[in-house]
Design a protein around this ligand. Structure first.
Ligand SMILES: Cc1cc2nc3c(=O)[nH]c(=O)nc-3n(C[C@H](O)[C@H](O)[C@H](O)COP(=O)(O)OP(=O)(O)OC[C@H]3O[C@@H](n4cnc5c(N)ncnc54)[C@H](O)[C@@H]3O)c2cc1C
Length: 464
């Protein structure tokens, strides 16, 4: 669709845009990361550009094509993918034996903007962070940011540097994890002359190990973890009696949503410096000069930035057909969040939300290669996943447990997503520390994989 690489990192152009995972784990396992752990959008794009160049990938990428339809034909064992070329509007068709869907999880063009009353009456500038135009001058302006997630956490400290004042209006608070933007182990290994590939491997392992521990502790002892998060805020702001009630005490458990990373405690420092006012309230209506909240507060602003998240999109909004019948993803059951019953020769990439998204992408890369090699060895033209006899009575549920991980965009889009069962094979469990063992150990001859080794041409000539 886009005219260049980068996906998320090309779409988002708001001030301060950066990762909230460390790049040792968010980066490729084969390409050492040498910058600060949390990286700017531009640094990530530069890194991706190097990967494309160093591996000669550019000639294999067709930019500027919007995929409009994908159809599987069981007689030919073939996917036909239809697209429109942006440069001249031409209809283009591609065919493939196997489809690997890497379309991300949200609509890159239409972010989630709630339908607030009175929006038309507002005379200032309203924009969603996803659609931010870098030419907007916000120096000396009063800015209202609506939202409290990772985007708000990123954009607010950046706005606070030049704006007259920033107000953050949140419906409910978020957990923040404050840390210096450096990795001491990496710095030490560099200092003693260890080569970058080794540093990358070791620091990646360290971060995954520590992340796993934190994740486990957040489940077992959420209150202790919250106290530790508070201690970090006190450390970075230097304010011993920093008040966490009511604006920084979330209603959900630590880790039910991604922790918002806060390098050097920047958002808290902005609050302490008086550059940021946080309000926990509901937006009742827009007014000419800003917004009014349910409790009657009037907030005036020159620019209102909605940091209200994404619109979830299943398969990039592309309609899928199998033998002429449109696929309703909510009617399919997902195999480990990567394949679907009734949809042959296709793997879907959905990464992690709690760990770096790309840790899963790396693993699925290996999985797809193993699967394709396995199919070659068997002479199989088609692979399906199917419920085994022991799975038939299994209760089918929504894709993810709302009490496990429940960010707004997932809950809004849950009916677009496939179903899950209650066994590990039929769940997308979002737990890297389990999947790192389970996925590489997949038995590709397990009963849940159904192969068709009959050549399509041969089948076509067989009597019906
Ligand atoms: C601001 C921001 C910061 C983030 N930070 C982190 C982080 O630090 N760590 C982390 O793990 N995750 C982070 N995420 C989540 C992030 O989206 C993923 O980690 C990762 O970038 C997803 O990569 P992707 O290639 O799978 O999908 P995307 O980056 O979403 O790219 C999908 C691509 O597919 C294209 N596409 C979709 N539909 C079609 C179609 N019909 N036709 C043609 N092309 C299509 C899109 O145009 C896009 O180029 C962040 C997300 C955002 C928005």
């Amino acid at each position: 669709m886009k005219d260049t690489f980068g996906g998320t990192w090309e779409t988002h152009k708001y001030p301060g845009v950066r990762s909230d995972s460390d790049l040792y784990t968010f980066g490729y396992r084969f390409k050492p990361w040498v910058g600060t752990p949390i990286a700017s959008g531009q640094a990530i794009l530069d890194y991706m550009g190097e990967v494309i160049e160093e591996n000669g990938i550019a000639p294999h990428i067709r930019y500027g094509h919007r995929i409009t339809k994908a159809s599987w034909d069981s007689k030919a064992n073939l996917w036909t993918v239809e697209a429109v070329r942006a440069s001249n509007g031409a209809a283009v068709t591609f065919t493939a034996n196997f489809l690997w869907m890497c379309q991300g999880y949200y609509d890159h063009e239409k972010p989630h903007i709630p339908d607030w009353p009175g929006m038309d009456s507002y005379k200032g500038r309203f924009i969603h962070a996803q659609l931010w135009d870098p030419s907007i001058d916000y120096s000396g302006k009063r800015i209202l940011v609506i939202g409290s997630g990772a985007t708000a956490a990123t954009v607010i400290p950046a706005f606070a540097e030049k704006a007259a004042h920033v107000t953050m209006l949140q419906r409910s608070p978020t957990y923040f994890y404050c840390s210096e933007n450096k990795n001491e182990l990496a710095d030490r290994l560099r200092e003693i002359g260890i080569d970058e590939p080794t540093i990358h491997r070791v620091v990646r392992a360290q971060i995954m190990h520590d992340g796993g521990r934190l994740s486990g502790r957040a489940l077992k002892e959420p209150d202790v973890v919250f106290e530790e998060l508070k201690t970090l805020v006190r450390k970075f702001t230097g304010v011993e009696d920093f008040s966490f009630e009511p604006h920084f005490t979330p209603k959900y458990r630590v880790w039910q949503q991604r922790l918002a990373f806060c390098p050097e405690g920047d958002i808290f420092k902005a609050a302490v410096a008086g550059k940021l006012t946080v309000m926990t309230d509901t937006l009742e209506t827009f007014t000419e000069k800003g917004v009014r909240t349910s409790s009657g507060e009037e907030i005036e602003a020159d620019i209102i930035v909605a940091a209200t998240g994404f619109n979830m999109l299943m398969m990039g909004g592309i309609p899928f057909y199998v033998d002429g019948k449109e696929v309703d993803w909510h009617e399919t059951v997902n195999y480990r969040g990567m394949m679907f019953t009734g949809v042959p020769n296709m793997v879907w990439v959905m990464g992690y939300f709690r760990a770096s998204w790309t840790l899963r992408v790396d693993m699925l890369g290996d999985f797809v290669c193993n699967l394709l090699n396995h199919m070659d060895k068997k002479g199989a033209k088609r692979v399906d996943v199917a419920l085994r006899a022991e799975d038939r009575a299994m209760q089918l549920l929504d894709w993810i447990e709302a009490d496990n991980f429940n960010p707004g965009y997932l809950m809004r889009g849950i009916k677009l997503l496939p179903k899950r069962g209650d066994k590990p094979e039929w769940r997308h469990n979002q737990d890297y520390w389990t999947e790192r063992h389970e996925i590489p150990a997949t038995d590709l001859d397990g009963e849940e994989f159904v192969y068709d080794c009959v050549d399509a041409k041969q089948r076509q000539t067989e009597p019906v």
